[in-house]
Design a protein around this ligand. Structure first.
Ligand code: SF4
Length: 283
């Protein structure tokens, strides 16, 4: 099981998913700004090298974040956490990953990407006997542009758009655009950010099944690309490849908006562990 999780981590950090690559290629094709084309060309080259040489596409291999959908009848529930921690250690040495876990007081690096509550594991209990693990390595530069807004209900969806557009404009090239945005609206401060991060697991180009939300995703994408921040913040037509919004009910007095910014290195992979011990890894 540990080796299968290491394989998923390797897939995530060395191979950018096809939907992301297609969106980057389309951005390259429609771009007429030379600097933007140069930057997109370099990004596509880094992706190709990662894929053919099986090496990480970016030196920042991120903080490993796992979303676990744990079937309540799985015989492995009690072991998954240990497997994830051990796989993180093994992946750090074998792939290798950059050691990215430091003590918040001393700054000392643990050296193996583990530490207090790291790797980050989000749990959801689901019916059934299988366990699905999503692997999301999250780079620090883009994470630094993530933010939370506690809007008033009166500000509503116009307020959401204003907050997101202003934040992306202020961040410029810091999150290594073209970015993918995960946005969680509703719940509370904590849950909106969790929804936002989980939204990044959706494929680029896939709209929210609720047509009203899908429309807002499209409008926000257009507004962000109209900013002209462009690839790596040096101008151009594509600042964002996609916008993913997830919603949940909210307190009548609150309108929380969690924004998680993901860079062009929009990495993910999945593992499914069946009750008989068989394992699938995919992207
Ligand atoms: S933000 Fe993303 S692309 Fe930029 S250095 Fe970090 S992981 Fe790499």
């Amino acid at each position: 099981m540990i080796d299968a999780i290491v394989e998923a981590i390797r897939l995530a950090v060395t191979r950018i998913p096809d939907d992301v690559v297609s969106a980057l290629r389309e951005a390259y094709e429609r771009e007429d700004n030379d600097v933007a084309r140069f930057n997109l060309g370099n990004i596509l080259r880094a992706i190709e090298i990662g894929r053919t040489e099986s090496i990480p596409v970016c030196q920042d291999t991120g903080t490993l974040t796992f979303f676990v959908e744990a079937g309540v009848e799985s015989p492995f529930l009690g072991e998954v956490k240990d497997w994830l921690v051990e796989a993180t250690r093994k992946a750090t040495t074998e792939i290798p990953l950059r050691p990215n876990a430091v003590d918040v007081l001393t700054g000392e690096n643990s050296g193996d990407n583990t530490g207090k509550d790291v790797p980050v594991i989000h749990w959801e209990l689901v019916p059934g006997d299988a366990i699905r693990i999503a692997v999301l390595p999250k780079g620090g530069g883009s994470e630094n542009c993530s933010a939370l807004a506690m809007l008033t209900p009166g500000e509503g969806w116009e307020g959401v758009k204003r907050f997101v557009v202003e934040r992306i404009k202020a961040c410029g090239g810091k999150p290594c655009p073209p970015v993918v945005l995960g946005i969680g609206v509703g719940g509370g401060a904590d849950y909106s950010l969790l929804l936002a991060k989980k939204a990044l697991l959706r494929r680029v180009g896939e709209r929210n099944p609720d047509e009203r939300i899908a429309e807002i995703e499209g409008e926000l994408l257009e507004e962000i690309n109209a900013l002209g921040v462009g690839p790596m913040g040096m101008g151009g037509k594509t600042t964002a490849l996609d916008v993913k919004i997830e919603v949940t009910h909210r307190h009548p007095a609150s309108f929380p908006v969690g924004l998680i910014v993901q860079c062009w290195a929009n990495r993910r992979a999945f593992v499914r562990i069946k009750p008989d011990g068989r394992v699938e890894v995919w992207q």
